[in-house]
Write a protein that binds this ligand. Structure first.
Ligand code: SF4
Length: 357
């Protein structure tokens, strides 16, 4: 029996590297798109041979900067997926994009080729902060792209970064009020973290304290006019990113392209897909259930309390800490608001026995 698999396609090219970025991407002046497309096609063929003709509920082009991709390459990839798998009629097809890399003609061409959700790396609504982050675009460029995508009736999301050196809670409230004016139905709010190997890691930056960051996190929830549905993600009901929700919920997905991971389900056995595409190895039921707890508890929907999850949980911790974590009426385990604030601790304790082995 074949199971539906969501597809993530990594596009590892950027025009230049941002100062905070530890994602798998390279700054390349002229990417070799033919070689890239051939590699993606080969991996898709491999998975079609391995899995058969699976149904595809969502496709997500992430990066890097997927909007740099020529639309012809995008078309080749989609038509390949179409020829070897069954793309759902209502398949969500997301393209991550950066302002300044996609004009209205290119946006139209992507939409004609199947993109129905655009995720825009806005990051800040302050040009000085954009410069500090090493972004190549202005606020104006970003708002133009959001407006152009909205005007075309596709679903739109925007990414933002908060907690920059010198940021106060008031700054974050102001940012959220300005985001509200954009009329977004979905946005992602990421706390700036300093990653090893990035320019920021060498700059000895004076970051906000953990307490200040926690206050900013609360201020975001209290100020944005769309609700949080995952630790870093906010959406008007019905506008959640289906691809990510499926992955967080424990559905199967194939990762294509360098650095993409996946979780494959074949004959009721889970496999972890690692590194460059075609390598995968068995995942025990325990390990898979633990992953589902870790990703599911980051969402407001929580994680379904089925037998595999029940088996691995420290149920007495669950019973004794209702102020942090509970079972709701839909038999899903959900972290409370207080639990969300110390989610890593809550998950560590819930998975107590696994951690001990
Ligand atoms: S555009 Fe995105 S992936 Fe590329 S360097 Fe900047 S943050 Fe990283």
């Amino acid at each position: 029996m074949t199971h539906p698999h969501n597809i993530y396609i990594h596009v590892p090219f950027c025009i230049s590297k941002c100062n905070y970025c530890a994602f798998f991407s390279r700054a390349v002046r002229a990417p070799d798109w033919d070689t890239y497309a051939r590699g993606v096609m080969d991996e898709l063929d491999y998975w079609a041979r391995t899995l058969g003709r699976v149904r595809v509920p969502t496709i997500f082009f992430g990066g890097g900067t997927p909007s740099l991709m020529p639309v012809t390459v995008f078309e080749q990839i989609i038509s390949k997926i179409n020829s070897v798998f069954d793309i759902d009629e209502k398949c969500e097809i997301t393209l991550e994009s950066n302002p300044g890399t996609i004009d209205n003609n290119k946006l139209d061409a992507f939409i004609n080729a199947g993109v129905n959700r655009l995720s825009v790396g806005v990051q800040s609504l302050d040009d000085n902060k954009l410069k500090f982050l090493g972004r190549r675009h202005s606020t104006h460029d970003a708002i133009n792209l959001l407006n152009a995508a909205n005007a075309r009736g596709i679903r739109v999301s925007a990414d933002f970064i908060y907690g920059l050196p010198g940021d106060s809670v008031d700054d974050v409230v102001r940012l959220c009020r300005n985001i509200n004016k954009l009329g977004l139905q979905h946005c992602s709010m990421y706390e700036l973290t300093i990653e090893a190997g990035t320019p920021f890691a060498t700059m000895n930056l004076n970051m906000p304290s953990n307490d200040e960051m926690a206050d900013m996190y609360d201020a975001i929830e209290n100020t944005l006019n769309i609700p949080r549905y995952e630790v870093s993600n906010y959406a008007a009901p019905g506008n959640e990113c289906r691809h990510n929700q499926n992955v967080w919920d424990g559905d199967a997905y194939i990762g294509i392209g360098c650095g993409a991971a996946g979780r494959i389900l074949m004959d009721n056995q889970w496999y972890e897909q690692r590194g460059a595409g075609e390598q995968f190895e068995k995942l025990s039921d325990t390990a898979r259930a633990a992953e589902r707890v870790i990703t599911g508890l980051r969402t407001m929907r929580g994680v379904a309390l089925d037998n595999t999850v029940r088996k691995i949980l420290n149920m007495s911790y669950l019973r004794k800490n209702p102020e942090l974590v509970q079972i709701n009426s839909a038999s899903r385990i959900v972290a409370t608001r207080d639990g969300m604030r110390i989610l890593d601790d809550v998950i560590f304790n819930l998975l107590g026995e696994i951690n001990a082995t």
